[in-house]
Design a protein. Structure first.
Length: 285
């Protein structure tokens, strides 16, 4: 859009955008720098972007190779987050794609009502469901278990809607050709339509991974024991002073930095799939 303006205006516009980008990235840069500082240096120079005496003591403590007695079970948080995120992501991709295909292609009574219900669920604020969610988990006897952490997150209305919209963009001729060759509904879905849906599948995978990795409120009402703490709930207790004494800014920011790396790497590797065309790969001439 800036290319339509004169050169001086473009330079001013790019300079303004760069300034806003640096301002936006400043907290993250401070987080990275503080992770390599000592506690006294972090307290005396909290905004300094270059540590005077860089140290990796924080990451050694978090990895369990540092001095004992820090009281930060980061590896346990990481293991719980990894387990829940992998299972939830795989489950969402499978269930969301299957449900999306059923709503897009199958004709059955009540289909329009289900589509309306999916859209309505997307409009409900998640905080409204916290107390009912706790009551259901407690009644079913899966409160404070991995089952209670994973099962309620396996289905996602936004993912179902994304897959439904993508499947509707695929020409029906492709499925009709497979049906003429004797393929059933499940075979058409698994071997014909699903491979064509790579952009949508990657989008749902990224959203599912990011959503389950950063999930906080659900784990807050679904667990009570520290054995089931994830990175989000564990870091929240750590920051609030529930672990250790003192400010421990380098340790807190180092743990937060490590928790953001998987999502950031995954997003930057696959971000181009967010803008792929809806018909990408549907028909080949």
């Amino acid at each position: 859009m800036l290319a339509r303006f004169p050169r001086p205006a473009r330079l001013a516009g790019y300079t303004l955008l760069l300034a806003f980008a640096l301002l936006y990235a400043l907290p993250f840069l401070i987080q990275v720098a503080t992770s390599f500082k000592t506690d006294p240096e972090a307290a005396s120079s909290p905004l300094a972007l270059l540590p005077q005496a860089p140290t990796t003591a924080v990451f050694e403590k978090l990895s369990g190779s540092g001095e004992a007695g820090d009281g930060v079970p980061f590896l346990r948080w990481l293991g719980n987050s990894t387990l829940v995120t992998v299972v939830v992501t795989l489950g969402r991709v499978l269930f969301d794609s299957a449900a999306g295909y059923a709503l897009a292609r199958l004709r059955f009574r009540g289909r329009a009502v289900l589509v309306t219900f999916v859209i309505a669920v997307m409009a409900v604020p998640p905080v409204v469901l916290l107390i009912p969610k706790f009551l259901v988990l407690n009644t079913l006897g899966i409160f404070d278990t991995y089952t209670g952490m994973i099962v309620p997150l396996l289905f996602d209305a936004a993912g179902i809607f994304i897959m439904k919209q993508f499947f509707e963009s695929i020409p029906r001729e492709v499925e009709e050709a497979a049906r003429i060759d004797g393929a059933g509904i499940w075979r058409i879905f698994w071997y014909v339509v699903l491979p064509m849906s790579r952009p949508a599948l990657i989008t749902v995978t990224l959203l599912s991974f990011q959503g389950s990795w950063n999930e906080f409120t659900h784990f807050l009402v679904a667990t009570q024991s520290s054995d089931y703490e994830t990175l989000t709930t564990g870091l929240a207790r750590f920051v609030s002073g529930g672990l250790g004494a003192g400010t421990q800014y380098p340790l807190k920011l180092g743990a937060a930095l490590l928790s953001t790396i998987p999502v950031a790497v995954l997003f930057f590797c696959f971000q181009r799939y967010f803008i792929r065309g809806a018909n990408a790969g549907a028909v080949k001439e």
